[in-house]
Ligand binder design. Structure first.
Ligand SMILES: Nc1nc2c(ncn2[C@@H]2O[C@H](COP(=O)(O)OP(=O)(O)OP(=O)(O)O)[C@@H](O)[C@H]2O)c(=O)[nH]1
Ligand SMILES: [Mg+2]
Ligand SMILES: [Zn+2]
Ligand SMILES: [Zn+2]
Length: 259
């Protein structure tokens, strides 16, 4: 998938070798058994920067969530409605990741919340270095005002973003009802590496074959620690309230120093 970023992908792998997803990638055209450990250092460098990011976030007292999903699962829409619901209560900032355009950051700014748009120019994920830059830009834009809750909206992609630690405190994976219930089984790393699984666009359940209980069961089989919330961002309701409660709880824990 990812020629520009060199993430582990089927195209990089020899079919005769397994791949652990941790950065050991086989080169094209080499004889079976010859491997080049070209990505271990890339991931080690990313992880080192992610630790620095986490220290920055802790020092600033900001809880940071990394949202990952396929394109169009409803990440920005969820943020827009979350901002509306928490305005005046929790100070929010957003770092947006896309391959091109400022559009998602513009949508967030239209809600009166500071946003930094990172455009990757081709790479299909954000990495810790981009977030380090983005966080300092956001702090500058805030002019020293505190951010309690920082959302990172990753590039729409269920594969590469799961492999890059950004230094976030919580990783949230979204699957929308029209995408189908088989995504946990097909894209396991996104679910094994996440804390929370949001099933979005539940207003569309009458029109799609999406057994929520089955998708939840498959996700929990992969990761029993996952918190699963099904919600509709646009119409609100019980699931959306659960999401807001989850965010409020994270912010309270951060302020109390219990996380
Ligand atoms: N019916 C319904 N549509 C929704 C809901 N949430 C988002 N949408 C629609 O889904 C489409 C994509 O929403 P976005 O929020 O832009 O999705 P995204 O995940 O941010 O997309 P990328 O940034 O491109 O990855 C838009 O047309 C939204 O109006 C929902 O709860 N119900
Ligand atoms: Mg978006
Ligand atoms: Zn990538
Ligand atoms: Zn720094």
């Amino acid at each position: 998938m990812c020629d520009s970023c060199g993430c582990p992908s089927a195209g990089n792998l020899s079919s005769s070798h397994s791949h652990d997803g941790e950065g050991v990638v086989h080169t094209h055209g080499t004889a079976p058994g010859r491997t080049v450990d070209v990505h271990a250092s890339l991931f080690a460098a990313n992880d080192a920067l992610a630790r620095i990011n986490r220290d920055h976030f802790d020092d600033a007292g900001a809880v940071v969530l990394n949202l990952i999903s396929s394109p169009g699962s409803g990440k920005t829409t969820l943020l827009e409605h979350t901002i509306d619901a928490l305005k005046g209560e929790i100070s929010i900032g957003v770092i947006e990741g896309d391959i091109e355009t400022e559009r998602d950051a513009d949508r967030i700014r239209a809600k009166g919340v500071p946003a930094v748009q990172l455009t990757t120019g081709g790479a299909c994920h954000l990495d810790a270095a981009m977030i380090h830059r983005g966080f300092h830009l956001l702090q500058k834009e805030q002019g020293g005002d505190r951010i309690d809750l920082l959302f990172i909206e990753n590039v729409g992609n269920l594969v590469c973003p799961a492999t890059f630690d950004l230094g976030e405190h919580e990783r949230v994976v979204l699957v929308s009802v029209p995408e189908g219930p088989d995504k946990p089984a097909k894209y396991p790393k996104a679910f094994t590496s996440s804390n929370t699984f949001l099933i979005t666009k539940t207003d569309l359940l009458p029109y799609f074959d999406f057994p929520v209980a089955e998708a939840t069961r498959e996700a929990l089989q992969l990761n029993p620690q996952l918190q699963v919330i099904d919600l509709c961002a646009t119409k609100g309701g019980e699931g959306f309230d659960t999401w807001l409660g989850y965010l409020r709880n994270l912010v309270s824990q951060m302020k109390a120093g219990t996380r």
